[in-house]
Design a protein around this ligand. Sequence first.
Ligand code: HEM
Length: 495
Amino acid sequence: MDTFALPNAPGPRPYPIVGILGNAVRWMHDPIARTGELFARYGNVVSIAKGPIRIANPGPIDAFPALAGAKGAGVVCVNGAELNRQVLTDHERYFMIALTGRLYPPSPTPSDRQRPVTRTMTGLFHVNSREHKKHRRLLMPAFAKTRIDAYRDDMVRIANDVLDAYRPGQTRDVHEDMTEITLRIATATLFGEDEGSRGTRLARRMQEWLSTLMSPGMLFTHDVRPLPYWRFLNLTHEIDRETAAILRDRRKRPEGADMLSMLLSARDEDGSALDEDELVGHAGVIFAAGHETSTNALAWTLLLLSQHPDVMRDLDDELATLGGAAPTVEDLAKMPFLEAVVKESMRLLPPVPLHPRIVAKDSELGGYTLPAGSEVILSIFHMHHDPAVFTEPRRFLPRRWETIKPTVYEYNPFSAGPRMCIGAAFAMMEIKLVLAMVLSRFRLELPRESRVDHRVAITMAPHRGLEMIVRSRGEAPARANGFRGKARTLADWPA
Ligand code: HEM
């Protein structure tokens, strides 16, 4: 980095010898804990380090056309409803960038090996301003309530299929099982096929792609084996090829109720359709964004319920009204406690705890300057744990939702403003439905001496799965087995 401009928000100095690399590694090791420490020490607008640093976009920024020439090189974490409002509503100032960050585009004249990077996993994340509005308008009909309600039967069939393999006494990795359910639902509703293996293969590649992208070795963009960049390009090719093949197959079949059908037939006011590159980009992002988040919400909720038998008993009373049947869309609307449990779970353990942005023009936030090119990270996790908004914020208390009504800038697991999650209604239906179906048939108990850790890489997930023992519904344990591990730091758990 030759010349740069730093935000003037307070923060720690670079480490001796290793410099800002030390600050970056410390933050990335546990972003939630480190961001909390920085807020406590420096206030609600804080630099991760007082030095040139980029997280989402760790190199020279000139490759990203809208930010060409930007000198900002600093990462600022932000906490608070009013600051959230300012960032989330000012669409012309706070940009999202493609998940590939500075690698988009990889160079002004990409080689054949690099070319898929310009379209794979770009989608809505990669467009801003008027372009974003246009794409969002084209995508919205695929997420209309009537469309989403129509996916209910697929969701029920797939969840039953997976749950039919459950036997009381078994120990199962419920994170893995929830992944299977949400992946198959995403494949069926997005691509119109329930061919589990194709969706699973694509999702595994996407997970590997994301963890390769986030590895420190990606600072070196040489296409040489065994550097991560070489692996990243291979994975990008595979994802690109597979998504394009799914798209080709979908074009051959008659129009259906799936989202891809909708995207293929979407037309703008001037009659223009999404081109091949845009379709591949949207399909990849919707598929990736649409399953891992829901999986994590389900897994965290099952963990919370296993630790709070009193809440589980109340939920069981509400589930009893279903008489053992899978809920219909109308049933779900009449289950306020189920809704409160899911909302409270996503408050306490938000599946997307940090929302990143890049500052598109020189700005001011909370009294500090942010040069164009700086990064802003909104900490939804810390907003959700603010005692001024949520009393006893670290406790799992679903009943609080009977009396509170926070604003969308105080409680926003799906974000807010023009970029609010387009799949929020889909996700709420899927999570409530699957949860009701699991718990109408079984109880899930944490084995004694369990260890539960979490990892944050855009989403927050239980690290290395979540093993639980299957019990029959009538066999509700009176007392929860506690657990140890890093996830204990995220909330207050019963002793
Ligand atoms: C519990 C489940 C989910 C959570 C917590 C969640 C969370 C979020 C959040 C926080 C954002 C905004 C990120 C930001 O502002 O930085 C977002 C955007 C998005 N989500 Fe979700 N999401 C979930 C499920 C889904 C589903 C099921 C789909 C699709 C079927 C989906 C598709 C998208 C897309 C396409 C965007 C980009 C929107 C835009 O930029 O205009 N999400 N999601």
